[in-house]
Design a protein around this ligand. Structure first.
Ligand code: XBP
Ligand code: MG
Length: 256
């Protein structure tokens, strides 16, 4: 078994709970600004999350929920414009400072870095969103913690396709056997497993009921020393009494 060399992180839902109070709100602000009487409420957004990628999600909504809408010009251009506005609103929202990293995330990133592990991001979200999150939740230095930030349209097929993980590993010249992935959703684990990666899941309110049968470990959060995680599934021998995710546990999962 290859030794662990790199940790590959999803962003939305894994590093931070960005969907309900971040992306969803930004979409709604962009709709309102464009004069559209569209409102993605919390349950509807949960359904729409089946489609990864903001542009793809808007196209799906348009086709399935607003088939009678008449658009000024080419639908792809119109969606791209609306999505640019959504990204602007998302960045502004994060600038207001309301979205922290999930418990234990910063601690684990720092421990991994200090121990010499290589870090990367593999996400469907737009690159500017990753920068906005890290800059606001940690500080500008956090952007340099990641050797590769693989994000958005850099690959044509978004998650659940494995392409974004393949892209990140190719840039790092690493095989999946040397890596481990961190995800929060069914689409995410389809992507990571499609790239042959061992995967640790942390669920959130939108993904708690998703199918994570293929995950090596499913937790409710990374946990902190004073804020233990709950193990939702995983081998007790590997968890070995741990109460929060540290590199010792990550290594046991990887080699288990
Ligand atoms: C995240 C997403 C993203 C965000 C929006 O999926 O699906 O689309 O909701 O980002 P994952 P953009 O966590 O599996 O990577 O609007 O920038 O696409
Ligand atoms: Mg995610």
């Amino acid at each position: 078994m290859a030794e662990l060399a790199a940790l590959l992180f999803d962003v939305d839902g894994t590093l931070a709970d960005t969907e309900r109070d971040g992306h969803r709100v930004a979409f709604n602000r962009a709709f309102a600004e464009a004069g559209l009487a569209w409102e993605w409420d919390v349950p509807l957004y949960g359904e729409l999350l089946r489609i990864t990628g903001g542009k793809e999600r808007m196209r799906h909504y348009l086709e399935q929920y607003r088939p009678a809408a008449t658009l000024p010009g080419d639908p792809s251009d119109w969606i791209a414009d609306l999505h640019r506005a959504k990204t602007r609103h998302y960045e502004a929202l994060l600038g207001e400072g309301g979205i922290p990293l999930r418990p234990g995330v910063e601690r684990l990133l720092r421990e991994a870095r200090d121990a010499g592990y290589r870090l990367a991001i593999a996400t469907t979200t737009t690159p500017a969103n990753v920068s906005a999150l890290l800059e606001n939740a940690v500080g500008p230095e956090a952007l340099h913690w990641f050797e590769v930030i693989a994000a958005g349209d850099v690959v044509p097929a978004k998650k659940p396709a494995p392409d974004i993980y393949h892209y990140a590993m190719e840039k790092m010249a690493l095989d999946p056997a040397w890596c481990i992935a961190f995800e929060d959703s069914h689409n995410g684990i389809l992507a990571s497993k499609g790239a042959d990666l061992k995967t640790i899941i942390t669920v959130n309110d939108y993904t708690r009921d998703h199918d994570f049968d293929d995950a090596e470990l499913v937790l409710d959060s990374f946990g902190e020393p004073q804020q233990p995680f709950q193990v939702l599934s995983g081998s007790p021998a590997i968890v070995n009494g741990a109460e929060y995710l540290d590199m010792a546990l990550v290594k046991r999962v990887h080699s288990g």
